[in-house]
Design a protein around this ligand. Structure first.
Ligand code: 13P
Ligand code: SF4
Length: 349
C-alpha cells in the first residue's frame, strides 16, 4: 500500500513538473520527506518559499508555516497545506486580539519614552506578525532569534517576545541577558508587578511548545549515564535548564548540520521532535544517533496531521485542475506581515 501511494505521489509530481514544489519540515514523517523537494527548518523553508518560481507551493508543515509561505510568495503563486488540521498549539497561545489588549497595558506601565519592540516567533499567525510590524517589530525563527533581539535593542529599549517563553529565555541567556527577563501572565496583565516590567528589558509571553516542554534534565542525565560518550543537542524550545544541561542547542537545521558534521562513531542524543531524530539515524548510519528520551515518543501532533494520503489528494487534485486546501492570508494583514518577515530575512542575510 505504501509503495502504491508513493508511486502515485511521484507520478502526480512528475505530471505537474515545475508547476509544483513540495516543501517539507524536518519533523515530517519519512513518507512525506521522501517526496519533498526541500527539507528544512522554518527559516530555510521560508527562504525557499520566497525563492520558489512554481505556481503551486505545497507546504508539508503546519498552518503558520504555510501562511508565511503565502505571505512571502508572489500573488500569482498558490500555497496548499495537505491538512487543515495541522495547527501548532503554541501559535494559538498568543492571539492578536489578546496581545493588543496586553500591549495597551504594557505601554501604559512603562515611561512614555521607553520603546518596546515586539518580536514574534515564526510560530504565530499572520495577524500577530502584522501587529509586530506595525509596532516596529519583526518575526524570528529559532535560528535567528538572537539577531532579532539585537535588532530590537538597536531600535528600542525593551523586547516583548512571544509566544515562546523558553526560546525567549534561552535567547536572553545566549546574549548574556539572562537576568533581564520577566515572565508575566498575559491572561492577568493587571496582576503583573509593574515594577518588574519597568526593571527588566526582556518581557516574555507565557507560551510554550508542549512537545519540547516534556524534555527534562533527568533525560539528559540518564543519557549521559547510559552513554558516557554521548553529546547532547536540543532545540531551544526546551526549558532553560535542559538547554543548560545539553552540550549544544539549535534549530532543526543546526541539529541536522551537527550530526552531518559529526565524526563516524560519535554519539549524539537528539532532544527534539522524534521524527527528526529518526531521520538522522537513517541518514547517518555512521553516527550513533539516539533520541534523548528513549521510547517516550516526543511526537508533534500538529505535524503528524500531514498524512501521505492527504499529500496524494492535494497533488492529484492539482493534476485534475482542482486547488484543494488553499492557504490564503487576508489581504489587509498580508502587507504588514510581509514587512515583519522581510525584516527577519534582512537581518539574517
Ligand atoms: P525550526 O525552525 O527549528 O525548524 O523549528 C520549528 C518548530 O516548530 C520547532 O518546534
Ligand atoms: Fe508547534 Fe511544538 Fe509542534 Fe513545533 S513541535 S509545530 S512548536 S507544537
Amino acid at each position: 500500500e505504501e509503495t502504491e501511494r508513493s508511486d502515485r505521489i511521484a507520478a502526480a509530481k512528475a505530471e505537474l513538473g515545475d508547476d509544483v514544489v513540495v516543501l517539507g519540515h524536518n519533523y515530517q514523517r519519512r513518507e512525506i520527506v521522501e517526496h519533498a523537494d526541500f527539507i528544512g527548518d522554518s527559516y530555510g523553508l521560508s527562504k525557499r518559499a520566497a525563492e520558489a518560481d512554481a505556481e503551486y507551493v505545497i507546504f508539508a508543515g503546519v498552518t503558520f508555516m504555510a501562511e508565511s509561505a503565502d505571505i512571502i510568495t508572489d500573488d500569482d503563486q498558490t500555497v496548499l497545506l495537505p491538512s487543515m488540521e495541522a495547527s501548532c498549539p503554541m501559535a494559538g497561545m498568543a492571539e492578536a486580539l489578546q496581545v493588543d489588549a496586553a500591549w495597551a497595558e504594557l505601554t501604559a506601565v512603562v515611561d512614555d519614552d521607553t520603546e518596546i519592540v515586539p518580536i514574534t516567533y515564526m510560530n504565530s499567525y499572520a495577524d500577530l506578525k502584522a501587529f509586530c510590524a506595525e509596532q516596529g517589530g519583526l518575526v524570528c525563527t529559532s535560528s535567528n532569534a538572537h539577531r532579532a533581539f539585537e535588532y530590537a535593542f538597536e531600535n528600542g529599549d525593551k523586547v516583548l517576545f512571544l509566544p515562546d517563553k523558553h526560546l525567549g529565555t534561552n535567547t536572553a541567556h545566549r546574549l548574556d541577558q539572562g537576568d533581564e527577563t520577566v515572565e508575566w501572565d498575559p491572561w492577568d496583565a493587571e496582576g503583573t508587578d509593574a515594577s518588574e516590567i519597568r526593571e527588566n528589558d526582556i518581557l516574555l509571553w507565557d507560551g510554550y511548545c508542549q512537545v519540547h516542554e516534556r524534555f527534562r534534565v533527568e533525560h539528559v542525565e540518564q543519557i549521559r549515564d547510559d552513554h558516557p560518550d554521548a553529546n547532547v543537542i536540543v532545540h531551544p524550545e526546551c526549558r532553560r535548564e535542559v538547554v543548560a544541561a545539553a552540550d549544544e542547542a539549535g534549530s532543526t537545521a543546526t541539529i541536522r548540520e551537527t550530526v552531518e558534521n559529526a565524526d563516524p562513531g560519535d554519539t549524539w542524543a537528539i532532544g527534539t521532535e522524534i521524527h527528526l531524530a529518526n531521520h538522522l539515524a537513517r541518514w547517518h548510519p555512521e553516527v550513533n544517533v539516539l533520541p534523548l528520551c528513549g521510547d517516550a515518543c516526543m511526537d508533534c501532533n500538529a505535524m503528524r496531521q500531514i498524512d501521505p494520503n492527504y499529500l496524494t489528494w492535494v497533488l492529484e487534485g492539482l493534476v485534475e485542475g482542482r486547488e484543494r486546501n488553499v492557504i490564503e492570508v487576508a489581504p489587509e494583514e498580508k502587507a504588514r506581515a510581509e514587512l515583519a518577515l522581510e525584516r527577519m530575512l534582512e537581518i539574517q542575510g
